[in-house]
Design a protein around this ligand. Sequence first.
Ligand code: NAD
Length: 305
Amino acid sequence: MKIIITGGAGFIASHVADAYIAKGHRVAIIDNLATGFRRNVPKKATFYEADIRDLARMKKIFAREKPEVVNHHAAIAEVVKSLRNPIPTLEVNVLGTTNVLLAFGEYGKGKKKFIFSSTGGAIYGEPKKIPADESTASVPLSPYGLSKSLGEELIKFYARQYGLTYLIFRYPNVYGPRQNPKGEAGVIAIFGGLMKGGESPVIFGDGTKCRDYTYVGDLADANVIALRKGTNITVNLGWGKKISDNMIFAEVARATGFEKKPNYAPYRKGEVYQIALDASRAKKILGWKPAITLREGIERTIREL
Ligand code: NAD
């Protein structure tokens, strides 16, 4: 298949690109290298250094590539940054997503499927029931979560307009090799980077804040399945397990041989306190479930840092 991956120089989508190429698909990547790196782009992929906010450029690229599938990962994916100044996040994640949909609707070819990386970690806010399933109301606490919720609605609207099919993934906290240890998110990469240099990481809050952590290779597998299965649905991915910051600290310390204690700082506003995702629908409809345990995944991540 001919596939355009946006954000393919970034952490998650570069793994998706590798997985698609390994299956023999033709991949073109669009990325403005805002947080991605040229070195993450697979050699066999065509690379366009371009900004998804530029509709004319998107149309040119799509007219040339005529993809059957778009896997849309390009985004500003930082909660705290979006709280400080929501405009760039909304421009890229809402307007940019609209541009990609318009270009795909006009110039895509064949059955045309749109695959989207939404967030289960930031879209549900603080749900009463954890693990949260897909019927949980969308009550984001940050402009980032809101931008993803709006992205989902845009996809449903343009899917109807253009007769596209779509699959929306709501990701848990994703971790693994190539995650930027200097980013705002990605606590395993951040902790690992600091601990390897002998520095104590900061835990915001008392360490009981919880997330559902899934290894990036498992997410890449889900994106491969998405080429064949899942039509016009939204599915959570994840283990359904709450893992606290203190547990992450202990596991990363174990993997790096770090012996000091963490530094604690006040909670950051807009960050969800506890979340885990019920991924039974992904298992039922896509036949997907995660395979790499937290310990194994952390060891793999630390080896590559
Ligand atoms: P990332 O920052 O590594 O990847 C995002 C990529 O998008 C980068 O390569 C960046 O350069 C590119 N990009 C940003 N703005 C762009 C623009 N205007 N035009 C073109 N390219 C642009 O982040 P990631 O963690 O790999 O996240 C990928 C996707 O998955 C995002 O959509 C994010 O919201 C979603 N997601 C990630 C997580 C997670 O835990 N990492 C969880 C839920 C959802």
